[in-house]
Design a protein around this ligand. Structure first.
Ligand SMILES: NC(=O)c1ccc[n+]([C@@H]2O[C@H](COP(=O)([O-])OP(=O)(O)OC[C@H]3O[C@@H](n4cnc5c(N)ncnc54)[C@H](OP(=O)(O)O)[C@@H]3O)[C@@H](O)[C@H]2O)c1
Length: 244
């Protein structure tokens, strides 16, 4: 890792129980930061935090539940003096044609991917403002740039993240840098929750060939955060080299 930091900072990572969030927690910990792992699966974040040892704490939290995010923020303030970095990573992808009327899936994606990120940023913003130098990293997707048949509402949540992120960037500069990360296909658990029959088969086939790992994305995030404060990386779109 080429992102060793001189000054340890407190990084809060949502969706840290698997995939990109877990890999980011590991990468930022390796870079010398204090990491706070948030997710609903307490057993997984506890195991990861225990494995990391010093400078890692796990706080079970659901980004759709404002009270649980508020309780997590209170703990971060009390135990670590506040957050310097927020990684809005928690997300779900429940695909299928719009005509399949997966109304519950649409609502869940909007609540987790879009409202979850907005709520978490809102709750942690006073701590980020109080930090000498703050960072918010919002994990969007190629789907936030290019929508396709069958991913409409997932894409809508990521287009929403992109628009909100740019607005936030302008409002919070220069003290808090806001960065949008837009990955293509990454080998994680993300496709496993899709239930629509034909779509599930197609998406599993696509992800079975995934070449980019969560560690690849985590390394980019760690690199972004390690830039000197006069430089803000606003947006990174990154795909597997063979993704059309
Ligand atoms: N993999 C890809 O191809 C890809 C591409 C572009 C963008 N992304 C984005 O990357 C982010 C991470 O996804 P991933 O690929 O790493 O998939 P993943 O392994 O399924 O991770 C998703 C994470 O989100 C958490 N999460 C889900 N609902 C939550 C809730 N209500 N409250 C708190 N945490 C919640 C999950 O933890 P719990 O279930 O334990 O709560 C899990 O840790 C997502 O925003 C996704 O849209 C992924």
């Amino acid at each position: 890792m080429t992102t060793e930091t001189a000054t340890p900072r407190v990084a809060v990572i949502t969706g840290a129980s698997s995939g990109i969030g877990e890999a980011t927690a590991r990468a930022l910990h390796a870079a010398g930061h204090i990491v706070v792992l948030l997710a609903r699966r307490a057993d997984r974040i506890n195991t990861i935090a225990t494995e990391l040892g010093d400078r890692a704490i796990a706080i079970p939290a659901d980004v759709t539940d404002r009270d649980s995010i508020t309780a997590a923020a209170e703990r971060v303030l009390a135990e670590l003096g506040g957050a310097d970095i927020l990684i809005n990573n928690a997300g779900i992808m429940l695909l299928g044609p719009f005509s399949a009327e997966q109304r519950d899936d649409y609502r869940q994606m909007i609540e987790v991917n879009l409202m979850g990120a907005i709520t978490t940023a809102e709750v942690f913003l006073p701590q980020l403002r109080a930090a000498d130098a703050g960072d918010i990293i919002n994990i969007s997707s190629v789907a936030g740039r290019t929508a396709r048949a069958g991913n409409g509402v997932y894409a809508a949540t990521k287009w929403g993240i992109n628009g909100w992120s740019e607005s936030l960037r302008q409002e919070l500069l220069p003290q808090i840098r806001v960065t949008l990360i837009e990955p293509g296909v990454v080998d994680t658990e993300l496709p496993h929750h899709t239930t629509h029959g034909q779509t599930k088969t197609a998406i599993n086939d696509l992800y079975a060939k995934a070449t980019v790992t969560a560690d690849d994305i985590a390394e980019v995030i760690a690199f972004t955060l390690a830039r000197p404060r006069h430089l803000a990386i606003n947006e990174i779109l990154l795909r597997p080299a063979d993704q059309a």
